[in-house]
Design a protein around this ligand. Structure first.
Ligand code: CTP
Ligand code: CA
Length: 223
């Protein structure tokens, strides 16, 4: 660790970052998942580390490599992600960039479903725990700053504003992930920061630049 790094404004702060998708098994060879490369979450972790933070990076199976210098906890399912997040507490701040699957397959089996057996499979879904809401609503040991994302395709700001209040997080970063924006799987992001004080439209810029801007704001908020 170089001197500049260990002297950063987030020196001594423990920050939890979730990233990537979760995979929810259907059977041993199949799963359901959300789309997520893990690019934005990884960039956020890197930017926080660059400001001196000690980062626990809880990641589902992502496309991009996890950030150097983080404590990496690799998980598959939402339930495992919740357990890893709980085990990593306490933290000074928590950033929830993961695209968590909303449901798991309640009747997932240990043997492979064969397509010639009995016609189409009937999957039963059950809701996954909401990790962001769980942490936001912790009665003791809640991180001082809890930040979520709201990836929306319609009524972005209205949906994200409602989501912030419903979940109880401090900040939410809203973005429009409609296919024509090119944000999913792309280099750029275009977010609006929503806090108790209102909304702030950030320019479209690289996910790395977005991460650096967020890390600066986090440093100002908790340092
Ligand atoms: N999130 C989470 N655990 C879940 C679902 C979502 O921690 N089970 C977090 C995401 O990491 C993100 C935020 O909650 O920071 C919003 O996720 P999103 O999918 O937009 O919200 P949902 O409440 O799942 O609503 P919906 O998918 O119906 O829009
Ligand atoms: Ca969701």
């Amino acid at each position: 660790i170089d001197a500049a790094l260990s002297d950063g404004p987030l020196k001594g702060k423990h920050i939890l970052v979730t990233s990537g998708p979760t995979h929810e098994p259907i059977d041993p060879v199949r799963y359901i998942a959300n789309r997520s490369s893990g690019a934005q979450g990884t960039a956020i972790a890197k930017a926080l580390i660059a400001l001196g933070a000690q980062v626990t990076f809880v990641t589902g199976p992502a496309d991009v490599a996890p950030p150097a210098g983080a404590r990496v906890v690799a998980v598959q399912t939402a339930k495992q992600m919740l357990d890893a997040v709980t085990a990593a507490a306490p933290a000074d701040a928590a950033i929830f960039a993961a695209a968590v699957a909303d449901w798991h397959v309640a009747n997932a089996g240990d043997s492979k479903i064969k397509k010639d057996k009995s016609g189409l499979p009937h999957l039963e879904f059950a809701e996954n725990p909401d990790i962001l809401a769980t942490v936001s609503q912790m009665k003791t040991g809640r991180p001082a700053l809890v930040v979520g994302f709201a990836a929306e395709t319609d009524d972005v700001i209205a949906n994200a504003t409602a989501k912030r209040l419903r979940k109880g997080c401090d900040w939410i970063l809203a973005n429009d992930v409609s296919p024509e924006t090119g944000i999913m799987g792309g280099v750029d992001n275009d977010v609006t920061l929503i806090t108790a004080d209102g909304t702030e439209d950030w320019p479209r810029m690289s996910k790395q630049a977005t991460a650096e801007m967020l890390a600066d704001r986090i440093a100002k908020a908790i340092a």
